[in-house]
Design a protein around this ligand. Structure first.
Ligand code: SAM
Length: 96
């Protein structure tokens, strides 16, 4: 599997579908909590979605762990979308 951050940034994304999922489907399911939360974004890619769309959905967020297995995705995320509450981690979710 190969992902390239530079190429990925040039592609169109299904933003409407993603925004509907985050803004309607998850609240309808009662997903969000009033309690302080730690959120994990697995496969965060270059971090645009993590910081600009997922992060704002959680007003009580304490920390977000944004994980990706591809080094250039994590480098891109750390460079372009830093935030004191987002920790970008290079890791494979399939590792035990
Ligand atoms: C289609 S991109 C989505 C990126 C971002 N979530 C977005 O919506 O813009 C999928 C990402 O998942 C990552 N990925 C794939 N398998 C993974 C695994 N086993 N553990 C962590 N990240 C993984 C890839 O490196 C890639 O950056």
């Amino acid at each position: 599997m190969f992902f390239d951050a530079e190429l990925y940034n040039t592609l169109d994304k299904p933003w409407e579908t993603i925004l509907k999922f985050l803004g309607k489907t998850l609240p309808d399911l009662g997903f969000y909590s009033e309690e302080p939360e730690v959120v994990m974004d697995v496969g965060c890619g270059p971090g645009y979605l993590s910081k600009n769309y997922i992060f704002p959905c959680f007003p009580n967020l304490q920390e977000m762990i944004a994980m990706d297995v591809t080094p250039n995705m994590i480098e891109e995320a750390r460079t372009r979308h830093p935030h004191p509450k987002i920790k970008y981690v290079l890791a494979d979710i399939e590792d035990g």
